[in-house]
Design a protein around this ligand. Structure first.
Ligand code: FMN
Length: 508
């Protein structure tokens, strides 16, 4: 593996160590043309480097997903890295030894044998083992580095992270910053302190990020030191930061009172693909779906009054969507579903093909807002496809197992060891085997209808783990507006044509 000089080209913004306050936020986005269309982050690796790179190449903004990115790198290497791009990115990692250790452990020339299981990747807890930590950093670096290469410097490349998956976030952010990520978009919780941590990382300072532990009698924290990853010798810039929220109320508190506020907001409305915020009311429709009302939409007039730039998401992936968003005072839109079915998306070819064919033949993909499926307890939009886990029969047949663990909850508990009582942190997930969850103090009721989103999302991108009974099945998340927008663009459904369509250009 060659040693390469780390190159910080292609930054569209200057390195600013401490970002401006609200009134300066607009200055953070000097070129709004490129930021009119944001292709939203879609985990796991549905918005991979191919998609984000293709979007950015068209002069728009593409976000790679940072979720479980260490596992994605390890599995791509075990699949033989047919295009050689993973190894190319590893060759450019600033600390060659770390990249070499990863390649040594996971790269399989020619890929896995048929029915060979993927090697386990150690689960990420608040004190991660070294390999888990390194995979998160280097996986994020590789994803951003490759997207930027494909973008040819035309648009912007950013990364999406979920606040709720706390433990790997600082590692993932740092790896992305090492590849000069230009924008971070984070939702699924309130990423209030993240801009401050990014400032510390840019100064190569260690970060200590407290994490949630239920019933904690003391503070638990993830500790990250850039020194291990060459921090002192390879300076990094601070990317812009957008918080993904659903309500304008959150802008004033907690974000405006944060030491370093975000640079803007993405307002996500309830028809968006992925996880949705729970509605304010408790009503369910006749199929058990949460019912969203006016109260679940942000007040855009108040949003404009805050002075922060904002983007709208959830049913805006079309020309009229962009027009509506701009008329409401937004800088632009964030779209996901239409891009999820694009040629460049990481979603498995069979899933994409079947969904596109169904929609274009005039049939709709039925989208169910599942209040139970996700271990997070948040509603999750699920495309109904009979051979996936959206089918109850398939769900019932799956043997529960938790071996990726991104959505686990940390709980402090006590145990007796050699006659002595000690305090420990255990991790549990309502989708793990029911008896394990209950043994760790979990409520049986919480396990009902819960699906293993971690394994299913890897299966979505054709990286399902091999089990005794076959390969893990996918679960597709997609937004309610997918049928309309896919029909509008038609085939070929490339990132280029989608962007032309949204911009209202002649579609070639
Ligand atoms: C397949 C898929 C996966 C998604 N995964 C994530 C995710 O990991 N993190 C996130 O913040 N949003 C996620 N989203 C939401 C998108 O980033 C985007 O906000 C949303 O799709 C916009 O609404 P639309 O689906 O109507 O275009 C996902 C959406 C889809 C369709």
């Amino acid at each position: 593996m060659s040693v390469s000089v780390y190159n910080r080209s292609n930054t569209y913004l200057q390195s600013v160590k401490v970002r401006g306050v609200m009134t300066k936020s607009m200055e953070a986005f000097p070129n709004t043309g490129k930021l009119e269309i944001i292709q939203g982050g879609m985990g796991v690796a549905v918005s991979g480097y191919e998609l984000a790179g293709a979007v950015a190449r068209e002069g728009a903004t593409g976000l790679v997903s940072g979720t479980a990115i260490g596992v994605v790198l390890a599995r791509r290497l075990q699949d033989g890295d047919p295009s050689g791009e993973m190894r190319e990115a590893l060759d450019h990692y600033p600390v060659p030894q770390i990249a070499e250790d990863i390649a040594k452990r996971y790269f399989k020339p020619g890929g896995r044998a048929e029915n060979e299981r993927y090697k386990a990747v150690p689960m990420f807890d608040y004190e991660p083992v070294q390999m888990a930590a390194d995979l998160a950093v280097v996986g994020a670096f590789a994803e951003v580095w490759l997207a930027k290469k494909r973008s040819q410097g035309n648009g912007h490349v950013g990364m999406n992270l979920l606040t709720k998956i706390e433990e790997p976030n600082i590692h993932t952010l740092y790896g992305a910053m090492q590849a000069d990520v230009e924008l971070i978009a984070m939702g699924a919780g309130l990423p209030v302190e993240i801009p401050r941590y990014m400032g510390q990382l840019a100064m190569a300072e260690p970060v200590r990020m407290p994490v949630s532990v239920k019933g904690a009698s003391r503070e638990y924290a993830v500790e990250f030191d850039p020194a291990r990853y060459g921090g002192e010798h390879h300076p990094v810039s601070t990317p812009r930061m957008l918080a993904i929220i659903t309500s304008d109320i959150l802008v004033r508190r907690p974000f405006m009172s944060a030491k370093v506020p975000p640079d803007g907001f993405i307002i996500e409305e309830p028809i968006a693909g992925g996880h949705n915020a729970p509605p304010r009311g408790k009503l369910r429709d006749e199929r058990g779906q949460p019912v969203y009302t006016e109260r679940d939409y942000a007040n855009l007039e108040k949003m404009r009054d805050t002075g922060f730039p904002f983007w709208l998401a959830g049913g805006y992936g079309s020309q009229d969507g962009l027009e509506r968003a701009k008329a409401a005072g937004a800088q632009g839109i964030q779209a996901g579903s239409i891009f999820a079915l694009s040629e460049e998306s990481g979603m498995g070819e069979r899933l994409k093909r079947e969904m596109r064919e169904k929609i274009l033949s005039g049939d709709d993909i039925e989208v169910y807002t599942d209040a139970l499926a996700s271990p997070t307890g948040f509603p999750f939009k699920v495309g109904q496809i009979d051979w996936t886990l959206s089918d109850n029969g398939n769900y019932e047949l799956r043997q529960r197992i938790c071996d990726l663990g991104y959505l686990r909850e940390a709980v402090e508990t006590t145990r007796i060891r050699r006659g002595v009582q000690e305090t420990v942190v255990v991790y549990r997930c309502p989708s793990e085997p029911v008896e394990d969850f209950v043994k760790k103090g979990g409520d049986l009721q919480q396990t009902l209808g819960r699906k293993c989103i971690c394994n299913a999302l890897l299966a979505n991108i054709d990286m399902g783990q091999v089990r005794d009974g076959g390969v893990e099945l996918p679960i597709v998340t997609i937004g309610d507006d997918v049928n309309r927008t896919v029909r509008e663009v038609g085939l070929p459904l490339s990132a280029k044509r989608i962007i032309q369509h949204i911009r209202g250009d002649d579609v070639s």
